[in-house]
Design a protein around this ligand. Structure first.
Ligand code: PNS
Length: 162
């Protein structure tokens, strides 16, 4: 079965990569779909975010995973790709309300669409893109939170040593 793992990935973290690796194990094909949201001002462009994901997935040798982007509604994108399974990662209880709302809204919009939650590995429980961005901007050590090339991109983006 093909699955979509959607998100902002601004930037991707080790937590995202953990979910991608685990989801790729049980799906025939995994599409990691980056949201292209004109209303938000992300730190990285969609192309940059996709590039980092591609690099990470190549380095892991994930042959059945690909990267794409989408704008508009996720349900429309899933339908356009003929996919009926969404993957989301769950960290702590604090994620639950938002994720539950997302899953139920998507299922209301398209009853054929299921969301499967994968619980994060404990070492990534606290990692969020926003936290990684903040620490990187302040010059802190993010080497355990994001893959090396993501750390390097962040370093270049903020133009300082971490
Ligand atoms: O990584 P994120 O920011 O938690 O991912 C959220 C995402 C991209 C999955 C969600 O915002 C989304 O699907 N946006 C597309 C718009 C949409 O379909 N909205 C209706 C569902 S609430």
């Amino acid at each position: 079965m093909t699955a979509i793992y959607p998100g902002s990935f601004d930037p991707m973290t080790c937590g995202h990569l953990d979910i991608i690796k685990r989801a790729a194990k049980f799906s025939d094909r995994l599409i990691v779909a980056v949201l292209n949201n004109a209303a938000k001002t992300p730190l990285f462009t969609v192309e940059e975010r996709m590039g980092m994901l591609r690099e990470a997935m190549e380095a892991e040798g994930l042959k059945n995973a690909e990267v794409d982007s989408f704008s508009g509604l996720l349900v429309d994108y899933a339908r356009s790709r003929d996919v009926y399974l969404l993957i989301r990662g769950l960290r702590a209880v604090t994620d639950f309300e938002y994720e539950f709302q997302l899953a139920l809204t998507n299922r209301m919009l398209d009853p054929g669409l299921e969301t499967l939650f994968i619980s994060t590995s404990t070492e990534y429980l606290f990692i969020a893109s926003s936290v990684v961005r903040e620490i990187a901007q302040a010059g802190g050590d993010i080497s355990k939170m994001a893959p090396d090339y993501v750390c390097e991109r962040l370093r270049r983006k903020f133009n300082e040593h971490i």
